[in-house]
Ligand binder design. Structure first.
Ligand SMILES: [Fe+2]
Length: 231
């Protein structure tokens, strides 16, 4: 056997939705209306507004459309990550999502997402694709192979960053553990996006969780009594 394997690859789905134009204007209205009526949440966002994580529950047709796009994307990136061995059903997917409104000087610190399977972002509105700047408002992913940062190999991907431009209608899906950040918005433009997490409840996950019981039951006997009876 004589081969050079490409090991430890990390899938990142980037898709520009063709039907986005009919959806984005309405999504922007819905999100800006919510922003005007509710206080923002504090997460990794600096200077921008984050909604609560119930965005997928808001009762709007356009949000149902977005959910269908997310389901399709999750199926495809899962098939890619499992070498076509596992195509998740929509019934296997648990998800939550939140909207974000970013204006000048806002950015997002380096972070990964909470424990799940896939995370992602959908861009509703972005005026940030400017001739004058190649980084304003972009999302950048860091090489998760941290020791690669020490590799001195020009033109290789070791220790590099992957930059994705926030074009309206663009859907991005990536593993939840992949560190990323959002560059500061450099001018007075407006960016609206929706971030989400998807957890796949596979049969294996359900089987494992089926063998577990709440710890609360095990400690329902007061600790003092338990130690007395065992002595
Ligand atoms: Fe994020």
């Amino acid at each position: 056997m004589d081969t050079i394997k490409t090991a430890f690859s990390t899938p990142i789905l980037v898709r520009d939705m063709e039907a986005a134009n009919g959806v984005n204007d309405r999504l922007a209205e819905i999100i800006l209306d919510m922003e005007s009526r509710t206080p923002g949440m504090k997460r990794s966002n600096i200077g921008s507004w984050d909604s609560q994580k119930d965005f997928f529950e808001w009762p709007h047709e356009e949000i149902s459309t977005l959910k269908k796009w997310v389901v399709k994307g999750v199926k495809e990136i899962t098939l890619k990550a499992t070498k076509q061995k596992y195509e998740p059903r929509v019934g296997d997917m648990l998800a939550h999502a939140w909207a974000n409104v970013s204006r000048a000087d806002s950015y997002r610190k380096i972070h990964n997402h909470e424990s799940c399977t896939w995370s992602g972002v959908y861009y509703v509105k972005s005026d940030l694709v400017k001739e004058k700047s190649i980084s304003s408002g972009n999302i950048e992913f860091l090489d998760p192979r941290m020791l690669c940062l020490q590799a001195e190999l020009p033109s290789s991907s070791f220790g590099s960053r992957v930059r994705v431009v926030p074009r309206p209608g663009r859907l991005v899906i990536f593993p939840h553990w992949l560190l990323h950040y959002v560059n500061p918005v450099e001018d007075d433009s407006l960016r609206i996006c929706i971030a989400f997490n998807v957890k796949l409840e596979t049969q294996t996950v359900r089987r494992r969780s089926g063998t577990m019981r709440p710890l609360q039951e095990a400690v329902s006997v007061p600790v003092g009594e338990a130690s007395l009876s065992s002595s």
